[in-house]
Design a protein around this ligand. Sequence first.
Ligand code: GUN
Length: 295
Amino acid sequence: MSARILDGKRIAADVRGEVKERAAGLRRRGTTPGLAFVLVGDDPASAVYVRSKGQACEEAGFHSVTERLPAAATMEQVLGLVRRFNDDPAIHGLLVQLPLPDGLDEDAVLTAIDPAKDVDGFHPVNVGRLATGGDGFVPATPLGVREILLREGIETRGKHAVVVGRSNIVGKPMANLLLRYGAGGDATVTVCHSKTRDLGSVTRLGEILVVAVGRAGMITGEMVRPGAVVVDVGINRVPDPARPGKTRLVGDVDFHGAAEVAAAITPVPGGVGPMTIAMLLQNTLTAAERAAARP
Ligand code: GUN
């Protein structure tokens, strides 16, 4: 293996330490950052995510609340909670955990969130601000990728960045971030997806390759440009050949194959994953600081 390992776990700990310090300063000035979670239904993975985000809030000195609704909840109930938190001055960030159970209109729920409290960056106003270069909230995972690149001194300006995946949560905002003017942006960006022909011929163009498709080991070493920086957003649970009956976490990139050719690579686990919560906390702190600055 020749690639340098990009240690997201360490960078996430640094960001969380900085957020905690800024939060303490804000508390001294009378504002405790507050983040509310809305969890609908009983998807076990969503419950785990919300619990760990709540714990992260506590460690950062934030106030957090979680409201749960059953899978059979009506739109009126979900929208009622969103409106309640929109109107609550102690709450600066509001996150409705996705996916919502079948029968609920995700777009309508996300659009009901006050854009100033939309720390997930999923509201169309914030999506639009990112696309037009404005100062809105950016989804935490692509923001975490950008933070890794910035803190590791990886230049994006003028580079060919290839993003694999076109989701609203990662691929599209990632492409927009890399396109933005200034630090962490100014790249030439190509976005690939499930209908891209001869995927490898496109990924091999990437001096920076960001992969977010949710398919274990889909990007092999031969699909990576020699000397590229590879960022693996995938988190996939697969059977562990070393421990029969057990599973392990792997990314969307064949780590060992890619590490032979890449200059730098994020591991899974310990790469992009820990950055998501760190950047969510940072977004929430920003929301609280803006709220505190409003007359
Ligand atoms: N489901 C998967 N990722 C996310 C996320 O970043 N935010 C929310 N609200 N739901 C998710």
